[in-house]
Design a protein around this ligand. Structure first.
Ligand code: ZN
Length: 306
């Protein structure tokens, strides 16, 4: 049996890229760790945010498509992406979001205080106050160090077949069921970030992809050898995976689980410092080698971010 240690990254579809950078960098205080293009659609950006190094479990990535249709959050998707902060930080975030005119609601979920809000393009987000041993590794000019977002708490999954998704999460991905409420079943993995999955029991609306929805959620494989093991393990368990794709910063392999959520297994290696130094991550447009010859054309086509 295999076990993933946590979420690797979550990828979402949003609108205007400039608004996305402003919100995730300036409001939420995440680091823009990579400015590149969508390898499957090089005329558009692929923007990565995370902690200082872009550690697995902190990486939120965006496909900004300003002219795309708005999606519907519903089954077959990740519903809410949850960030983690220290238990002393929730009041700070409630006030900070208000100061940016972002409406947030406060709820207790599995005994944890949680703030729910949306990004400028309608993506459903939450901030969970959770005690743990995580320390942040990125600084913001106007967020105190002990209030910074530490990475993901986890994600809420909206499955078309909650029982089948639970089975996958527990028996294939290796999470452990730790709690159950009327609304959610909670599963946990071994890491300190990106380590809880809440599967919603009933979700009558069918989701459709578009602006403001999560496209897929990725889980960690240690390295390329482990990645191949995962591919075999998923196949043995009846999941059809894609071929292994080189995303430059990790190797990726996708599959659709039986609750219709698109999932990925991504390697921790080589990471985001492979094409630019750590201290300058995200500052200049990085392209895969096979697109370097088209750089001028691509740069001309992409809208400026600041
Ligand atoms: Zn991905």
């Amino acid at each position: 049996m295999k076990k993933t240690t946590s979420i690797h990254h979550i990828s979402a579809i949003v609108g205007n890229p400039k608004e996305t950078v402003a919100f995730y960098s300036s409001v939420l205080g995440l680091r823009l760790i990579k400015k590149t293009v969508n390898f499957d659609d090089p005329g558009t950006y692929h923007l990565y945010f995370g902690d200082e190094q872009g550690s697995p479990g902190t990486i939120l990535t965006f496909f900004p498509w300003p002219n795309a249709y708005k999606g519907t959050v519903g089954t077959g998707q990740v519903g809410t992406t949850l960030f983690q902060v220290d238990t002393n930080a929730l009041d700070f975030w409630f006030e900070r979001l208000q100061s940016f005119n972002i409406k947030a609601t406060r709820e207790i979920v599995f005994e944890e205080e949680t703030l729910y809000f949306s990004d400028p393009h309608g993506l459903s987000l939450g901030i969970v106050a959770r005690s743990g041993s995580v320390t942040h590794t990125w600084k913001s000019s106007d967020i105190p160090d002990d209030k910074m977002i530490l990475g993901f708490a986890g994600a809420q999954l909206l499955s078309t077949h909650a029982d089948k998704t639970s089975e996958l999460v527990e028996q294939v991905l290796g999470f452990e069921q730790i709690a159950e409420s009327e609304t959610y079943t909670r599963f946990k993995s071994s890491e300190q970030v990106g380590h809880t999955l809440d599967i919603k029991k009933v979700e009558p609306i069918t989701g459709s992809f578009g602006v403001g929805t999560v496209h897929h959620i990725a889980f960690r494989a240690k390295d390329e050898v482990d990645h191949l093991d995962w591919q075999n393990f998923l196949m043995e368990n009846g999941y059809l995976t894609t071929e292994i794709k080189d995303r430059d910063y990790f190797k990726a392999m996708y599959f659709k689980e039986h609750g219709d959520i698109i999932m990925e297994i991504a390697t921790d290696t080589p990471g985001f410092s492979v094409d630019e130094p750590l201290e300058h991550l995200g500052e200049t447009l990085q392209l895969p080698e096979w697109l370097e010859s088209k750089r001028i054309l691509i740069e001309h086509h992409l809208p400026p971010l600041s």
